[in-house]
Ligand binder design. Structure first.
Ligand SMILES: [Cu+2]
Length: 139
């Protein structure tokens, strides 16, 4: 694994641990630290993307990601209309009222180009379309 990916994984892991610590506050005793095994699988690197829905476009029209790694998209509707983020081939569909923020996380298990759009009638035609380009895990 390239060094920069390892560093990113470590950063994400520490963020997760901080979140756990907050949740665990108030519990009686902390669980003993797990002993890492040599066969442990590497921590998955969560790919983070923020995408804004506006009237009538997405602020990003091309998202690049790697296959077989979690992809977390934070969606926010900054428009005045309802919008719906949808990737038909991946069965992803997230409805967004005006002002609403939602987070969707999924793993794409193959390389390819997947079209995303807003499924509210007329919105894709008005420009609410983009593509998710998924490359190999090793890139
Ligand atoms: Cu829309």
């Amino acid at each position: 694994m390239p060094k920069h990916l390892v560093n990113k994984a470590a950063t994400l892991a520490s963020g997760v641990l901080a979140g756990c610590a907050m949740l665990l506050a108030g519990c009686a005793a902390p669980a003993p630290a797990a002993t890492p095994t040599p066969e442990a699988t590497p921590t998955p690197v969560v790919q983070e993307v923020s995408l804004l829905a506006l009237d009538m476009y997405w602020d990003i029209e091309r998202i690049e990601a790697r296959a077989n790694q979690p992809l977390r998209i934070t969606l926010r509707n900054d428009g005045a209309l309802d919008h719906n983020f949808e990737i038909l081939e991946l069965e992803v569909s997230v409805f967004l009222s005006p002002g609403e923020t939602r987070v969707v996380e999924f793993i794409v298990d193959r390389q390819g180009i997947f079209h995303y759009l807003c499924s509210i009638p007329g919105h894709e035609e008005a420009g609410m379309a983009g593509e998710l380009v998924v490359g190999s895990q090793d890139e």
